[in-house]
Design a protein around this ligand. Sequence first.
Ligand SMILES: Cc1cc2nc3c(=O)[nH]c(=O)nc-3n(C[C@H](O)[C@H](O)[C@H](O)COP(=O)(O)OP(=O)(O)OC[C@H]3O[C@@H](n4cnc5c(N)ncnc54)[C@H](O)[C@@H]3O)c2cc1C
Length: 464
Amino acid sequence: MTCLVLLDQALRLHDNPLLWYGAAADNSADSQPLVAVVCLDKSAFFDQQYGMARASLLRLQQQLQLIADTEQALGRFNIGLVTLFGEPEAEISHLAGLLQASQIIAATPTGYREQQTLEKLGRRFPVTSVDVNSLLGIAPLMPELDNLPDSFSAFRKQREPMLQVAPALAQYQPQPSQHWLTPAETRVFSENFRQLAPFSQPTLQPGSSEHHALQRLDDYIWQQQAISYYKQSRNSLFGDYYASKFSAPLATGCLSVRYCWQQILDYEQQIAANESTYWLKFELLWREFFRWQFRKYSKAWFSRNAIKGPLDFSPPALTVAKQLHFKNWCAGATGVPFIDANMRLLNTTGLMSNRGRQNVASFLIHDLGVDWRLGAAYFEQRLLDYDVASNWGNWAYIAGSGNSGERQFNVIKQALSYDPDGDFVRAMLPELTAHDRSIHQPAAEVKVPAHWQSWLAKLTDKKP
Ligand SMILES: Cc1cc2nc3c(=O)[nH]c(=O)nc-3n(C[C@H](O)[C@H](O)[C@H](O)COP(=O)(O)OP(=O)(O)OC[C@H]3O[C@@H](n4cnc5c(N)ncnc54)[C@H](O)[C@@H]3O)c2cc1C
């Protein structure tokens, strides 16, 4: 009898309760062998959604690199990692059968598909799930889904008086009571995964391994102390330190959100607490809010009106004209410089600032009239920090189908506020040559919405 430890959303050695499973057992001779496992979900990376690939090559490479790094890190302790590839329920059930597993332990998911997988596995094997990626994941702190507020402000007010967060665990060290299968013993089960070898390039995306993520955290918080001015810098569009860039490692699970939180508290105690340090925690609470919202409403988040109105999972339908708008939006070729610059950044790096995301989403939904789910699906494909709850939750939010009314941004006003001299647009769109803010002028063929008119006039105003 063995216990499978599924590391899918927890490919890390710091603050990882899954790795400590069975460590407290008194008698090591009685403990069941542990098998570390990760399964790359074939459909999440290779299927299509609304006619688009679900993941870019860059995102696949990031995941493969993360798996390879974790395999290496565990290997240093002579712990093997079984790497599976395919449909998770089938692959894990098959492995569980081969190894006569009596127990499966895994991270508690937020997404509907991952929830379904664990539920199905649970019908055949005893499954224990541990919420390793939430701030409020431990019993006394867990929100009750029935009473979970649907507005962020209400959620924050409910939580803030305590701001209690589950403490992070120590860096993992193998325990005498644990018997892990070794690399030599696990290799035989990873045959299928080798098909993915042609895709694994050493891309070294920043933050795509636990090591890089911890380095970034140390650099951002402690070395640069950029956290001390986060509230002022967070609305910028590009640069190294305007925001934390913790999102990709948080999304893949190689960085623990509880560890982040703990580090912010340590910084507040040892260096300085101010509005900015508070604001980074505030943003982490947004992430937390969407996680619990996803657990509450589950599949409804993928419906046309998300959590508002009747469920309708029919795919988005576009007229020919809107198909072209959508295609141009994806390519960064709408003719609106502020939108195109942000989309080109996404297409080349797999990331975009929060300010950029809000604008391109609002533009697609409210100015081009395209179904928000197409934008969410395209972001899913491209974003290296793709996280089911944060992505679909934010898209629905801007569409007015999630936790707020519609959010429409005036793209020209935003461009003037957040890229007043056009430096960002100039860096992303080298074909545009204007030296002043008139660089934000939309191309002649763009059908300009009425609400932009007064702001367009400001592009050519002489005064600063
Ligand atoms: C349309 C749209 C789609 C988005 N899709 C994703 C996504 O797939 N994955 C993702 O992690 N974030 C998503 N966000 C939220 C936000 O834009 C990113 O978390 C942020 O830009 C990442 O950069 P950072 O780590 O430097 O953030 P920081 O500003 O440094 O914030 C710190 C952390 O707080 C969390 N956070 C910040 N803002 C939000 C937010 N609005 N919602 C949820 N969590 C937040 C993230 O974990 C982030 O790493 C989306 C926002 C929009 C408007």
